[in-house]
Ligand binder design. Sequence first.
Ligand code: CP
Length: 309
Amino acid sequence: MQKNKNSSTRNFINLNEIDIGQLHNIMSFAHDVKKSRYGYIELLKNKSFILLFDEPSTRTRISFELAITQLGGNSIFLDPSTSQLGRGESIQDTAKVISRYVDGIIIRNASHKDLHEFANNSNISVINALTNLSHPCQIMADLMTLHEHFGTIENINVAWVGDGNNVANTWIQAAQVFGFNLKMAVPQEYKPNQDYLKKALDNNAKIVISQDINNIISDADCIITDTWMSMNDKTTNSDKKVGILERYQVNTRLFELAPKHAIFLHCLPAHRGQEVTDEVIDSPRSLVYQQAENRLHIQKGILKYCFDN
Ligand code: CP
């Protein structure tokens, strides 16, 4: 587990570093707080936070800022262009200074390595709001959405179709810790992180990876995709990548091959007409807006895990 200098602080960096009981507690609290949106105003009273984002965000920024406010805390948003980080101040110095001002930091950073560097040089809790490798807050909201819809996430069949990106990596970690079945249809050229996959398989995760899309979705309870060109994507030839991924588009023809009860999830923003068509994302079987709303509720669970223990 990732340690920072103060052993009593809790980070939220990768799902497989957190006790499964704590992950269930986070989800359970999110369900409670969804029923009572303004019911926990004392939880973060007098606590201050920084959101340090070096990449754009709609859902993650809004949901964390609102979650902190609605739990009684306060936050400041920082980005490199308006802080000294953008002029070359080191992560080490920034982390040491920020640790003296606030109780916690929520970081969206293009480099997972830099996120660890920040955590290693701070004594406050660090929450991963997306890196090039993982997006754990997102997948917790997705799992909450599955739990709401199916009443369970145990033994559920999740099908990932498309790019093996940071969100796909986090589904692998989620399958490792929650134990559901994960099947992934990804091209050979754009596979998910092989270290994450090996670690999950070594821990008996039920994960299948294939290029046979029909087989992957034939027993799916949920089909998930994501943009083909993520913010951190270093691909130089995007036309080539899009060309390879075209057969992985989640469209009506593909969706009809899944069981009738299967639902669709996408963390958004969607590139309509690329990884998903309007017919699928706007269909009654798409839960993408419920999924986006659940970002707010699950962030509260994550904040409680880190700051109210
Ligand atoms: N899904 C997600 O992280 O959305 P934002 O990039 O808008 O925060």
